[in-house]
Ligand binder design. Structure first.
Ligand SMILES: *Cc1c(COP(=O)(O)O)cnc(C)c1O
Length: 408
């Protein structure tokens, strides 16, 4: 046999053990359905962690990728390229920003943002103005700087010494921020909705007060929209609905719809601090990634898709609440568009992974956000039928974990 067959066991033989995937290996996807090596079908509520905004194998994205594949794949930033310039035009036309820096992931977009806020303060004020304030439970990526700004100690432990000058305060607690902010603060960094932290939306009053405190202290406001951006909440970016405009916004995940790309958006006055030679990346603005991202924006940033997000959100929430009415398994269902979290009730806290495994056994892919929250970040165009089929499977999974006869 010349074909190399691979399985989950191969993972343990050849991969660094920083992940722990289940035994099944998906090999093909179409819309919001996936098939594994054995041909078993799954409903996809995970969406590649808020990435596959248009599901799998979307014709417009496949077309964009194939067309660019026949032109030019890579040039590096020694040259610019048409897809990158066109994508930057689209992003600046549709947001507060008028300058864009491209990179390849959310962590890299945040790394750029965190370096830029320091550089800007250095250029305009003094090196003393270097402190970054971020929030407990925040997630900003896994590079050393981004785990340091992130508010989950477990991602930093063992990697010390970590960069200094970073303070964490409780999310949605304006008095805590008021007490921490000073003339030494160069930036406040926040997710408009904490994703990994448990699907926790910012209170709009809090967000407005954060903006005011930043203005009073001449600190920049950075919104990490890596998870909330590109239609996830029913707006192109979540800041629009929150009514608070950041100075810097980071985007990745959904931006490429499954092709790796990240972006940092800002205003020209701030962008000027990243003068020639100050920062860079070899692959950033890669023509393949930018061509796909253009196609993503063309489809997502339309009234049909964005209004569909709010309608589908209601369907998810209604079905989750119906499950809860029968099984009393959730404390709360939280959502912002199709970023949905169901927090487990007291007896089941700490066991989110168990629900996830039970659902997968039955043919449903979901995510968790910490040990207590089931998280769903499906395609923005998931068919209603797939929502219902998936929710039937989730209900079965809940009944299995609770070891009760399924009602109804
Ligand atoms: C996923 C995520 C990141 C990190 O993105 P990567 O592409 O994994 O580096 C950063 N911030 C938020 C809010 C995220 O959800």
């Amino acid at each position: 046999m010349t074909q190399h067959t691979v399985s989950r066991a191969t993972f343990d033989d050849v991969m660094v053990p920083n992940y722990n995937p289940p035994s099944i290996i998906p090999v093909r996807g179409e819309g919001s359905r996936l098939w594994d090596q054995e041909g078993r079908e799954y409903i996809d509520f995970a969406g590649g962690i808020a990435v596959n905004v248009l599901g799998h194998h979307h014709p417009a994205l496949v077309k964009a990728l194939k067309e660019q594949a026949d032109k030019v794949w890579h040039l590096s930033n020694v040259f610019t390229n048409e897809p990158a310039l066109q994508l930057a035009q689209m992003l600046t036309e549709r947001t507060f920003a008028d300058r864009v820096f491209f990179c390849n992931s959310g962590a890299e977009a945040n790394e750029a943002a965190f370096k830029l806020v320091r550089k800007y303060a250095h250029d305009h004020f003094s090196p003393d103005k270097h402190e970054i304030i971020a929030f407990n439970q925040a997630f900003h990526g896994r590079t050393l700087f981004t785990v340091s700004v992130g508010g989950q100690a477990k991602y930093r432990e063992g990697f010390e010494p970590v960069p200094g000058g970073i303070t964490h305060v409780p999310y949605n607690d304006i008095e805590a921020l008021r007490a921490a902010i000073s003339e030494r603060t160069c930036a406040v960094v926040m997710e408009p909705i904490q994703g990994e932290g448990g699907v926790i939306p910012a209170n709009p009053d809090f967000a407005r007060a954060v903006r005011e405190l930043c203005d009073q202290h001449q600190a920049l406001l950075v919104f990490d929209e890596v998870q909330t951006g590109v239609g996830r909440t029913g707006n192109l970016y979540a800041y629009e609905e929150l009514g608070v405009t950041p100075d810097i916004l980071t985007s990745a995940k959904a931006l490429g719809g499954g092709f790796p790309i990240g972006a940092m958006l800002t205003r020209s006055e701030i962008a000027a601090s990243f003068s020639f030679g100050t920062h860079g990346t070899t692959y950033g603005g890669n023509p393949l990634g930018c061509a796909v991202a253009k196609a993503v924006l063309e489809v997502v940033d339309t009234p049909e898709v964005l209004s569909g997000v709010k309608r589908k959100q209601q369907l998810f929430v209604d079905r989750l609440q119906a499950i809860n009415a029968r099984y009393h398994c959730f404390n709360e269902v939280r959502s912002a568009g199709l970023l949905i979290g169901a927090e487990l009730s007291e007896p089941w806290q700490g066991q989110a992974a168990k629900f996830l495994a039970a659902a997968r056994e039955l043919g449903l892919m979901m995510l968790i956000a910490g040990p207590n929250v089931l998280r769903m970040t499906p395609s923005l165009i998931i068919p209603d039928e797939d929502i219902h089929v998936g929710m039937d499977l989730l209900e079965q999974a809940v009944a299995t974990v609770l070891e009760v006869e399924q009602a109804g």
